[in-house]
Design a protein around this ligand. Structure first.
Ligand SMILES: Nc1ncnc2c1ncn2[C@@H]1O[C@H](COP(=O)(O)OP(=O)(O)O)[C@@H](O)[C@H]1O
Ligand SMILES: [Mg+2]
Length: 202
Protein backbone atom coordinates (compact mmCIF):
# COMPACT_ATOMS: atom_id res chain seq x y z
CA UNK A 1 0.00 0.00 0.00
CA UNK A 2 1.17 3.56 -0.71
CA UNK A 3 2.41 5.62 2.22
CA UNK A 4 -0.32 8.22 1.71
CA UNK A 5 -3.11 5.61 1.78
CA UNK A 6 -1.59 3.95 4.87
CA UNK A 7 -1.40 7.32 6.62
CA UNK A 8 -5.06 8.00 5.89
CA UNK A 9 -6.22 4.63 7.25
CA UNK A 10 -4.00 4.65 10.33
CA UNK A 11 -4.86 8.25 11.24
CA UNK A 12 -8.56 7.45 10.98
CA UNK A 13 -8.12 4.45 13.30
CA UNK A 14 -6.54 6.55 16.07
CA UNK A 15 -8.91 9.49 15.56
CA UNK A 16 -11.81 7.13 16.18
CA UNK A 17 -10.58 6.07 19.64
CA UNK A 18 -12.88 7.31 22.41
CA UNK A 19 -11.82 9.71 25.18
CA UNK A 20 -11.90 6.77 27.62
CA UNK A 21 -9.69 4.64 25.33
CA UNK A 22 -7.26 7.55 24.95
CA UNK A 23 -7.06 8.10 28.72
CA UNK A 24 -6.49 4.39 29.32
CA UNK A 25 -3.78 4.30 26.63
CA UNK A 26 -1.95 7.30 28.14
CA UNK A 27 -1.96 5.71 31.62
CA UNK A 28 -0.79 2.34 30.28
CA UNK A 29 2.04 4.01 28.34
CA UNK A 30 3.05 5.95 31.47
CA UNK A 31 3.39 2.65 33.40
CA UNK A 32 5.48 1.13 30.60
CA UNK A 33 7.73 4.20 30.34
CA UNK A 34 8.36 4.12 34.10
CA UNK A 35 9.67 0.55 33.63
CA UNK A 36 12.10 1.51 30.83
CA UNK A 37 15.66 1.00 32.17
CA UNK A 38 16.93 3.94 30.12
CA UNK A 39 14.71 6.31 32.10
CA UNK A 40 16.18 5.45 35.49
CA UNK A 41 19.14 7.84 34.99
CA UNK A 42 17.77 10.03 32.23
CA UNK A 43 18.80 13.65 31.83
CA UNK A 44 16.34 15.10 29.32
CA UNK A 45 13.41 13.35 27.64
CA UNK A 46 11.96 14.99 24.51
CA UNK A 47 8.18 14.57 24.64
CA UNK A 48 5.33 15.94 22.49
CA UNK A 49 1.81 17.24 23.03
CA UNK A 50 -0.89 15.02 21.50
CA UNK A 51 -2.42 15.89 18.16
CA UNK A 52 -4.69 14.00 15.75
CA UNK A 53 -5.43 11.14 18.19
CA UNK A 54 -1.79 10.48 19.22
CA UNK A 55 -1.16 8.83 22.61
CA UNK A 56 -0.89 11.60 25.18
CA UNK A 57 2.40 11.85 27.09
CA UNK A 58 0.85 14.35 29.50
CA UNK A 59 0.56 11.83 32.40
CA UNK A 60 4.23 10.95 31.82
CA UNK A 61 5.29 14.62 31.65
CA UNK A 62 3.43 15.38 34.92
CA UNK A 63 5.03 12.33 36.50
CA UNK A 64 8.48 13.68 35.55
CA UNK A 65 7.67 17.13 36.95
CA UNK A 66 6.42 15.66 40.25
CA UNK A 67 9.34 13.26 40.52
CA UNK A 68 11.82 16.09 40.02
CA UNK A 69 10.58 17.66 43.23
CA UNK A 70 11.44 14.47 45.16
CA UNK A 71 14.38 12.07 45.24
CA UNK A 72 12.56 9.66 42.94
CA UNK A 73 15.03 7.89 40.58
CA UNK A 74 13.02 8.89 37.52
CA UNK A 75 13.30 12.65 37.72
CA UNK A 76 14.34 13.61 34.20
CA UNK A 77 13.69 17.00 32.65
CA UNK A 78 11.22 17.27 29.80
CA UNK A 79 11.51 19.14 26.51
CA UNK A 80 9.13 19.69 23.59
CA UNK A 81 9.85 20.04 19.88
CA UNK A 82 9.64 23.51 18.33
CA UNK A 83 9.65 24.19 14.57
CA UNK A 84 13.10 25.55 13.68
CA UNK A 85 12.73 29.22 12.67
CA UNK A 86 15.64 29.15 10.22
CA UNK A 87 16.41 25.55 9.30
CA UNK A 88 13.05 24.82 7.68
CA UNK A 89 11.71 21.31 8.20
CA UNK A 90 13.90 20.74 11.30
CA UNK A 91 13.02 20.71 14.98
CA UNK A 92 14.62 22.27 18.04
CA UNK A 93 13.94 20.99 21.56
CA UNK A 94 13.11 23.48 24.32
CA UNK A 95 12.79 22.90 28.05
CA UNK A 96 9.20 22.39 29.20
CA UNK A 97 7.88 22.81 32.73
CA UNK A 98 4.73 24.14 34.37
CA UNK A 99 5.95 27.75 33.92
CA UNK A 100 6.78 27.51 30.21
CA UNK A 101 5.09 30.14 28.06
CA UNK A 102 3.39 28.36 25.17
CA UNK A 103 2.44 29.63 21.70
CA UNK A 104 0.70 27.91 18.78
CA UNK A 105 2.84 26.93 15.80
CA UNK A 106 1.71 26.90 12.15
CA UNK A 107 0.07 23.49 12.69
CA UNK A 108 -1.89 25.00 15.64
CA UNK A 109 0.08 22.73 18.00
CA UNK A 110 1.21 24.48 21.21
CA UNK A 111 4.99 24.75 21.57
CA UNK A 112 7.27 26.60 24.00
CA UNK A 113 7.90 30.17 22.93
CA UNK A 114 11.30 30.31 21.26
CA UNK A 115 13.98 31.65 23.59
CA UNK A 116 17.60 30.73 22.87
CA UNK A 117 18.46 30.14 26.52
CA UNK A 118 15.80 27.42 26.71
CA UNK A 119 17.13 25.35 23.79
CA UNK A 120 18.34 21.93 24.92
CA UNK A 121 20.81 20.42 22.41
CA UNK A 122 19.91 16.99 21.11
CA UNK A 123 23.08 15.45 22.60
CA UNK A 124 21.91 16.41 26.10
CA UNK A 125 18.86 14.16 25.74
CA UNK A 126 18.73 10.56 26.98
CA UNK A 127 15.66 9.83 24.91
CA UNK A 128 13.52 11.32 22.16
CA UNK A 129 9.91 10.15 22.34
CA UNK A 130 8.27 10.43 18.93
CA UNK A 131 4.65 10.33 17.90
CA UNK A 132 3.96 8.28 14.79
CA UNK A 133 1.20 7.29 12.40
CA UNK A 134 2.39 3.71 11.82
CA UNK A 135 5.12 1.31 12.93
CA UNK A 136 6.19 -2.22 12.05
CA UNK A 137 7.92 -5.02 13.93
CA UNK A 138 11.31 -3.99 12.47
CA UNK A 139 11.19 -0.56 14.15
CA UNK A 140 10.32 1.44 11.06
CA UNK A 141 8.30 4.61 11.60
CA UNK A 142 5.72 6.33 9.41
CA UNK A 143 5.05 9.91 10.46
CA UNK A 144 2.49 12.49 9.37
CA UNK A 145 4.43 13.11 6.16
CA UNK A 146 6.43 16.21 7.07
CA UNK A 147 9.70 14.34 7.66
CA UNK A 148 10.52 16.60 10.63
CA UNK A 149 12.05 13.92 12.87
CA UNK A 150 13.87 12.28 9.91
CA UNK A 151 15.55 15.59 9.03
CA UNK A 152 16.34 16.52 12.64
CA UNK A 153 17.83 13.09 13.42
CA UNK A 154 19.66 12.56 10.11
CA UNK A 155 22.96 13.86 11.47
CA UNK A 156 22.93 11.65 14.58
CA UNK A 157 21.37 8.42 13.32
CA UNK A 158 24.75 6.70 12.88
CA UNK A 159 26.45 8.43 15.81
CA UNK A 160 28.07 6.25 18.46
CA UNK A 161 26.35 8.09 21.29
CA UNK A 162 22.97 9.64 20.72
CA UNK A 163 19.61 9.72 22.47
CA UNK A 164 17.49 6.58 22.35
CA UNK A 165 14.75 6.99 19.75
CA UNK A 166 11.47 5.68 21.10
CA UNK A 167 8.18 5.69 19.21
CA UNK A 168 4.92 6.00 21.16
CA UNK A 169 1.81 4.51 19.56
CA UNK A 170 -1.61 2.95 19.95
CA UNK A 171 -1.73 -0.77 19.17
CA UNK A 172 -3.96 -0.05 16.16
CA UNK A 173 -0.98 1.69 14.49
CA UNK A 174 0.95 -1.58 14.10
CA UNK A 175 1.28 -2.83 10.53
CA UNK A 176 3.08 -5.94 9.25
CA UNK A 177 5.62 -4.16 7.08
CA UNK A 178 5.97 -0.46 6.31
CA UNK A 179 7.29 0.78 2.98
CA UNK A 180 10.60 2.40 3.97
CA UNK A 181 12.64 5.18 2.32
CA UNK A 182 16.38 5.75 2.74
CA UNK A 183 15.80 8.89 4.84
CA UNK A 184 13.45 7.20 7.36
CA UNK A 185 15.26 7.03 10.70
CA UNK A 186 14.50 3.70 12.44
CA UNK A 187 13.47 3.51 16.10
CA UNK A 188 15.36 1.88 18.96
CA UNK A 189 12.12 0.97 20.73
CA UNK A 190 8.36 1.31 20.49
CA UNK A 191 6.00 1.59 23.43
CA UNK A 192 2.26 0.95 23.09
CA UNK A 193 -0.30 0.42 25.85
CA UNK A 194 0.30 -3.35 25.67
CA UNK A 195 3.85 -3.75 24.34
CA UNK A 196 7.40 -2.51 24.77
CA UNK A 197 9.41 -3.60 21.73
CA UNK A 198 13.16 -2.93 21.71
CA UNK A 199 15.34 -3.25 18.63
CA UNK A 200 18.86 -2.82 19.99
CA UNK A 201 20.85 -2.46 23.21
CA UNK A 202 20.03 1.20 23.83
N1 LIG B 1 17.18 13.89 6.04
C1 LIG B 1 16.37 14.50 5.16
N2 LIG B 1 16.84 15.49 4.35
C2 LIG B 1 16.06 16.10 3.48
N3 LIG B 1 14.74 15.83 3.30
C3 LIG B 1 14.21 14.86 4.06
C4 LIG B 1 14.99 14.16 5.03
N4 LIG B 1 14.19 13.27 5.64
C5 LIG B 1 12.96 13.42 5.08
N5 LIG B 1 12.98 14.37 4.14
C6 LIG B 1 11.85 14.79 3.28
O1 LIG B 1 10.67 14.83 4.06
C7 LIG B 1 9.60 14.33 3.28
C8 LIG B 1 8.66 13.58 4.18
O2 LIG B 1 9.32 12.44 4.71
P1 LIG B 1 8.49 11.17 5.13
O3 LIG B 1 9.45 10.13 5.63
O4 LIG B 1 7.58 10.74 4.01
O5 LIG B 1 7.59 11.75 6.30
P2 LIG B 1 7.32 11.18 7.76
O6 LIG B 1 8.63 10.67 8.30
O7 LIG B 1 6.75 12.33 8.48
O8 LIG B 1 6.36 10.03 7.55
C9 LIG B 1 10.18 13.46 2.19
O9 LIG B 1 9.61 13.78 0.96
C10 LIG B 1 11.65 13.75 2.20
O10 LIG B 1 12.05 14.29 0.98
MG1 LIG C 1 9.87 9.27 7.46
Amino acid sequence: MQRSELRKQLRLARQQLTRAQQDKAAEAVLQRLCDLPLLSHATYAACYLPNDGEVSLTPFIKHCWQSKATSHPMRCNTTLPVLHPVCKGHLLFLGYDAQTHMVKNTFAIPEPELACQNIVPMRHHSVIFMPLVGFDSQGNRLGMGGGFYDRTLASVREAHTRPALVGIAHDCQHVDRLPVQSWDVPLDAIVTPTQTITFNQK
